[in-house]
Structures are given as C-alpha cells and as structure tokens.
Design a protein around this ligand. Structure first.
Ligand code: SF4
Length: 374
C-alpha cells in the first residue's frame, strides 16, 4: 500500500512504459523463458554487472545446470568455479544456497515473503522474481530503477537510508496499483529496469527518447544528473599483504579462504596480511606462510605489486617467488590458517577470484631490480 500522503505515479506512465518496453526491450534469454529459476539466475548474475558480461555465464549455467534441482545438486566448488571472473562471489554462494533451500521446498516459492526467507535473497531479488516470474505486483528497485524514479520525482533526498528505500519501493509498487496479478507486472518491472539501463543512464540520459519525459521533474528543471542523490563516500580501508607464488615442480600452491568474509571459499596464492605496506616483506612472508599452511618456504625475488580495489577496501600486495623448504602440507590449528590448501598445475587452478588471477599473472614476470628485501 502507498502511504496516504504519497500520490501514485501518474497512471498514464503505465501504457507509455509498456509500449516503449515492448518495442525497445533487448531480446535476452531469460526474457524469452522467464521461469523462476532462470529469473533467479539472471537477477543474481546481473547485479553490479553489465548484461553483456553476464550473458555468457547465464548460457553456460543453464547448459550445465538446466534446472533448479540440477544446480542444487552441484557442489559449491563447481558453482564457484563456473562463476569465476564474474566477481562479487557472495552472489554465487547465495545462488547455490537459495537453490538448495528452494529445492527442499519443492521449487522457488510464489510469494515475495517466502522468496525473501531464502538464504541470500534480498528485497530486490525477491521482488524481481515475484513480479517477472510469478506476475505479482511487486517492486524491484535496483540502481537503474532508483535513478529513473528519483529523476521522475526529484527525490528522495537520501535514497540510501531506510526511509529513502521505503519511499522508492512504494513508488515502484504504485505502478501496479489497481492492477491484478499477472497484468503486465513483469513487463512493468522490466520496463523501469530497461529504461534506467538504456535511456536514463547515469551521466548522459537521452531524454528525447524517453517515454515518460513529460512527467519527469528532473528533466523539466534541467537537473537530470543531480538525481539520484549519492551517499557521501568514506575513503576506502587500506589493506596490505605479502603474497608468495610458491612453486614446486611446475605447480603453484593455493590456499582456500574460509567461507565467511571477503572472497570467502575462494582459492588464492598464499597471502599473508600485514598491518602496513612497509611490512609486506620477504621476511613477513617467510614467517607468515607456515602459520597459514604449515609449510616452511624460501622466499625469492619480488615479482611485482598488485593494487586491487574492492567496494570499500583497497589492497596493495607485494608478490614474491617462493619455493618449499621441505616438510608436508598440513593446515595448522591456528586462526590464521587457510580452510584448505592444495597444489595445482597451470590450467588446473581451483576457483579463484579476479584478485588471485592478477597475483598469479606475475608468475612469469621478470623479478624486479630492487635493493635486497629485509
Ligand atoms: Fe530519465 Fe530523462 Fe526520462 Fe527523466 S526524462 S526519466 S531524466 S531519461
């Protein structure tokens, strides 16, 4: 329900949006067959990712796991490996966990509340599945939809707050007011998404081709790029690490992060976090590696430095060549230890993050000509 003081979006927007969507929508595989499973897959893959990037992943996933049950039966390792390169790996774990929970229920449930009760499914994904796959009058506000609604209204002032999010949800839901279930619900939801992605773009909206321009406050005031308001950004947290490309008989040693936290469950060349970049030395690496994988190593030359930016964190890592000194791989009973460790030959690496791929790419780099590391 809309709050009594909040008018519905003008009703003439609905036919304009539907006409525009039906003429201009991109032909995407999940739109041809919007089954609940395919919508779940596409929505998780397209979050914070361009459609063109997500498309080949979607095709590969449905070819390998054509049904929810097939995906639920896969191992998390296989899912993470198939997701590798798409980034934001939490989405892959959410997808897998949601598929397993939904399989146990007999399929994805047909209400917004029940969808939200699945692990890793937030209000956006639940609203998208409810509306696109089940035809329910649900709101799905992603960044594209937020931009369109904020510009239409010139508001809210703080869309990142709970009140701001509620406002946008209500505005998106108001498009469905007075309509029954299945009456264009999925097309309306996707029309807003598509409009934000292709016409009402962040820096150069093409208002001349916009079906709702006549009702747009931002356009009327020449203030399109002022909206939506953005949250004042905090500077990123700085992190540093020493990394060892530990090599033996052509194989590299990988550690697996614990399932919780940043890049949880993914594999990487052995990384030793340090307090400051000045501490990312060969000595820190030699001392830290045994605590993580139980193996002593000899650290060789520094191969380079990688800077990687996560959403709110920036990691700088000095990368060294290293060789095992002997002994067996055995994970020590330490909170610093990896969850698992294994050797892998090139081309047979386990599921890795983009960061791990960048680190590994230094394997063939010539050593840096630097003063001796402490
Ligand atoms: Fe966006 Fe322009 Fe359309 Fe307004 S008129 S919704 S700013 S594209």
């Amino acid at each position: 329900m809309l709050s009594p003081c909040m008018p519905a979006l003008p009703s003439e927007l609905v036919p304009a949006l539907l006409d525009w969507y039906r003429t201009h929508a991109r032909d995407l595989p999940w739109r041809r067959d919007p089954s609940p499973y395919r919508v779940l897959l596409s929505e998780l893959m397209c979050q914070q990712t361009r459609v063109q990037t997500a498309l080949p992943y979607f095709e590969r996933f449905v070819a390998r796991w054509p049904t929810l049950e097939a995906l639920a039966a896969a191992s998390e390792d296989d899912v993470l490996e198939a997701w590798a390169g798409l980034g934001y790996y939490r989405r892959a774990r959410s997808l897998h966990a949601a598929a397993r929970a939904a399989r146990d229920l007999g399929g994805l449930p047909p209400t917004e509340d029940a969808l939200r009760a699945l692990p890793g499914i937030g209000p956006y994904t639940a609203g998208a599945i409810a509306s696109i796959a089940f035809g329910l009058p649900a709101a799905a506000v992603d960044g594209n939809v937020e931009r369109v609604l904020s510009r239409l209204d010139r508001g809210p002032e703080s869309p990142w707050t709970a009140a701001g999010k509620r406002h946008l949800q209500q505005r998106a839901r108001s498009l469905h007011e007075g309509r029954g279930p299945t009456e264009h619900a999925g097309d309306l939801t996707q029309a807003l998404m598509e409009l934000g992605a292709r016409v009402c773009t962040p820096t150069s909206p093409t208002c001349g081709g916009c079906p709702v321009a006549a009702a747009c406050e931002a356009q009327a005031h020449g203030a399109q790029t002022v909206w939506p308001r953005t949250r004042p950004r905090k500077p990123p947290t700085l992190m540093a690490a020493a990394v060892g490309l530990i090599e033996d008989e052509g194989r590299i040693l990988f550690g697996r992060r614990s399932p919780e936290g940043l890049l949880g469950g993914l594999w990487e060349p052995v990384m030793v976090p340090v307090g400051a970049l000045a501490d990312a030395t060969a000595r820190s690496l030699a001392e830290g590696v045994p605590k993580r994988i139980g193996l002593e190593v000899t650290v060789g030359p520094r191969l380079g430095t990688i800077v990687h930016v996560f959403s709110h964190r920036k990691l700088t890592a000095h990368v060294f060549a290293a060789t095992p000194l002997g002994g067996r791989l055995s994970l020590p009973p330490s909170p610093e230890a990896y969850a698992d460790a294994r050797w892998a030959a090139p081309g047979h690496e386990p599921a890795m993050s983009t960061l791990a791929r960048k680190l590994l790419a230094l394997r063939n780099a010539p050593p840096l000509l630097l003063a001796a590391e402490p």
